[in-house]
Design a protein around this ligand. Sequence first.
Ligand code: ATP
Length: 239
Amino acid sequence: MSGETMLEVRNVSAGYGSFRALFDVSLEVKAGEAVAVIGPNGAGKTTLLRVISKLIPATSGEIRMTGTLLGPMAPDKVVELGIAHVPENRRLFPRLTVEENLRMGAYVPSARAKFRERLEFVYELFPRMRERRGQLAGTLSGGEQQMCAIGRALMSGPKLLLMDEPSAGLAPVIVQQVFRLVERIRAEGYTVLIVEQNVQQVLRVADRAYLLEVGGIRRSGSAAELLASDEIRQSYLGI
Ligand code: ATP
């Protein structure tokens, strides 16, 4: 089903109280694609992912997942539709073990029955997590924590992964490893929408990207086009 629209965000606005963080944002992600959303601090990137996951409501506009309108529904319904969110700063349960954290990713009813099978899948994908399965998540290295957070998201059996700044706060060598993880996820057939401040790296793993500035989409194009653009190079790549 590669090439079909998986996620469609149309004219979405959202905010916090009277503050508007997103204005009329439209974007789409096709099955099999990796799409990046880049932009400066405070542009609304995290807010965009929260709106898609229904962690905060849109004040206007529509979001569809494989054609199904995400109306007023609880976040667990969004998970059931095949969207998994890997939040900023990973948000693991530090006092739970790796395996207990992974179990938390399989909390929706449809995922519970497949827990064993998916756990095995995550452990095959990330052997390091099998080795560390009894370790408290709070004691994992930054890169391992990101692996655990991605693994937890995969436990719900998603089609689409929303990744919020997976490289944030990690040492450069670990950042490289995290982007390799993103490539692995793609190779497994997952569709990815990834928010990143590390523009250079993310444009190397993404097919397409949107530039979000002060709550609005300013530009979009293929990753290659954006990497070559003078505007992006000057503002975001420092070259
Ligand atoms: P960063 O890259 O720094 O994480 P971002 O692009 O992800 O930034 P958001 O976190 O989406 O940006 O924030 C967009 C705007 O909404 C910012 O002005 C921010 O201060 C504001 N904002 C975010 N969360 C809240 C909140 N819970 N309450 C009020 N305002 C918020």
